[in-house]
Design a protein around this ligand. Sequence first.
Ligand SMILES: O=C(CO)COP(=O)(O)O
Length: 249
Amino acid sequence: MRKKIVAGNWKMNNDLAETRSLITALKNELPDTDAEVMIAPAYTNLYPAYEALKESQIEVIAQNMHFAGSGAYTGEVSASMLKSVGVKTVILGHSERREYFGEDDALLAKKADAALASGLRIVFCFGEELTDRKSDNHFKVVEEQLKNALFHLDAEAWKHIVLAYEPVWAIGTGETASPEQAQEIHKFIREVLSARYDESLADSISILYGGSVKPNNAVEIFSQPDVDGGLIGGASLKAEDFSAIVKAI
Ligand SMILES: O=C(CO)COP(=O)(O)O
């Protein structure tokens, strides 16, 4: 059975006080669930979040990391630093990192190697832009993103990877991929994984959908057979909405 996961990517939102108050609200409002629930606060709030949630069902994860172990990389944070504040999982490849910080597949392959070598689990994001979707090139684009960043890994490494399909045109736009569009790509991803590895590996990987998931569309999206949960942006910043989305799984 694949793990069901709902993860909140807080992006560059919430200072320390806001982080604390959102965590308090989440502790009160989150329903009991068998799914894994994660939140990804900003670097500066990882440790207080970890301290506040270490006895809870919510895992605190990071939004990004550098590939190097240490050194002259001003402004960056390493895998071992994340681990030292209780982080066990890191998001890599988010489209905002790709778009605004020039992260490409080759860099993401290095980050994936570094995360896995440090024993971190990865939530790996990928997804096509609107032009790819319009020109019907989206299957090719997502396949290439996965191939270039992750297909050098052996099957063992995939035990520590969660995939998150996030079509760029659906992020923060209010425009959601239809449940059928999400299902179509998720199924395709399993076929690609099966061709590169095997069917049992393809079946074992949790594939999350991200892009304008809200309380009013989560049930429909999560009910698709190859959608194993969600990576939630805007709606993860409100305890009530995030809790409703967790309930939907
Ligand atoms: O980028 C996302 C999660 O990583 C999705 O963001 P929204 O839910 O705000 O569209």
